[in-house]
Design a protein around this ligand. Structure first.
Ligand SMILES: [Zn+2]
Ligand SMILES: [Zn+2]
Length: 335
């Protein structure tokens, strides 16, 4: 007797797993939440119970002081929810701790990706392609114009600028969870072994990554450094600090930003970015297409960004698809 997926219901504030009365990444406080990863548009404090990977729970504790009701699930581990629903957390390749959630009920399989990418990231295990009936995919960069260049080229640009202007520093704006640590880890992979200087707002998350085994090399705080020590160095800060008074303590900074949105020239200009680095923690258009082809679901449900073009692509390729309208999506904290 097919259940026809009536047990999984998209609502504006989250995806409802009906027999378990659980919500995935709910935009409001609920008794039972399944959380894909720690970004603010997915993870919120105040749930009665929060099921997530141990790293995501640690990130949530750091950011929202949530500890009570935390239920850890390792990658590959399956937990039984009420109402006969099994939930398995699988790597999403987005940030430390990020997971896709595979839900199984009455012989039907649904995957909620949360955010994901297919590129190499030294800070988290790669996205795992897993067969399912319904694939609920994000579409942050769901337009054919969005194709992100290889990260190696972007890091080379950054290192070249340091070499060309050794009396200046390069100030890189990057979001505090994920992007900042990935950029530092990629700098290390490219052989950059000088200290990296941090704005205070990035310190605790970088330390958390180190606690989880991600080697970020020597990190120092800008507040503990003399101006001359930062010449020829990389300084990391949250994007909000790029143009504020704080940056006056730096030696003639080259303003840079690491974001998928740096493909859009106007966004770089708005922030006064001199050295845009196109580095995204989301799937670009070719990755979205490839992922739908590889997962090969009966149906794709598209959410979290630019749904229309991907919907159209599915139609053109005889794939069933629908767009979901979820609220509370914040593309600016999460890129
Ligand atoms: Zn995210
Ligand atoms: Zn997101």
């Amino acid at each position: 007797m097919p259940a026809n997926f009536s047990w999984i219901r998209p609502e504006p504030w989250g995806i409802h797993v009906v027999p378990a009365d659980c919500w995935i990444d709910p935009a409001r406080e609920v008794p039972h939440a399944l959380v894909t990863h720690g970004h603010a548009d997915h993870a919120r404090g105040g749930h009665g119970q929060t099921v997530a990977t141990p790293a995501t729970l640690a990130i949530m504790e750091l950011r929202y002081n949530t500890r009570e009701g935390a239920v850890p699930v390792e990658y590959g581990e399956t937990i039984r929810l009420p109402g006969g629903v099994d939930a398995t957390y699988l790597p999403a390749g987005h940030v430390l701790g990020s997971a896709q959630i595979l839900l199984e009920h009455a012989g039907e399989r649904v995957i909620v990706t949360g955010d994901y990418k297919r590129r190499h990231d030294p800070t988290c295990p790669p996205f795992q392609v897993t067969p399912c009936d319904i694939f609920i995919t994000e579409a942050t960069f769901g337009l054919p114009v969005f194709t992100h260049p290889p990260i190696e080229g972007e890091m080379a640009k950054l290192l070249q600028r340091l070499a060309d202007q050794p009396d200046r520093c390069v100030l890189v704006g990057a979001y505090a969870l994920g992007k900042a640590q990935r950029v530092i880890a990629e700098l290390r992979r490219a052989g950059h072994d000088r200290p990296v200087f941090l704005h205070g707002a990035l310190e605790r998350m970088c330390r958390l990554y180190e606690d989880w085994g991600i080697d970020l090399g020597e990190l120092r705080l800008v507040s503990d450094a003399k101006k001359d020590e930062m010449r020829g160095a990389v300084v990391m800060a949250p994007p909000s600090a790029l143009n504020d008074r704080w940056s006056r303590r730096l030696p003639d900074p080259v303003t840079s930003m690491a974001s998928g949105w740096m493909m859009v020239r106007q966004r770089a200009r708005q922030r006064g970015v001199e050295l845009p680095l196109i580095i995204s923690d989301h799937a670009d258009w070719p990755e979205l297409i490839r992922t739908i082809q590889e997962v090969n679901p009966q149906e794709s449900w598209i959410t979290h960004g630019r749904e229309e073009a991907l919907l159209r692509w599915c139609e053109l390729h005889q794939r069933k698809a629908r767009a979901l309208a979820l609220v509370g999506y914040d593309e600016d904290e999460d890129d």
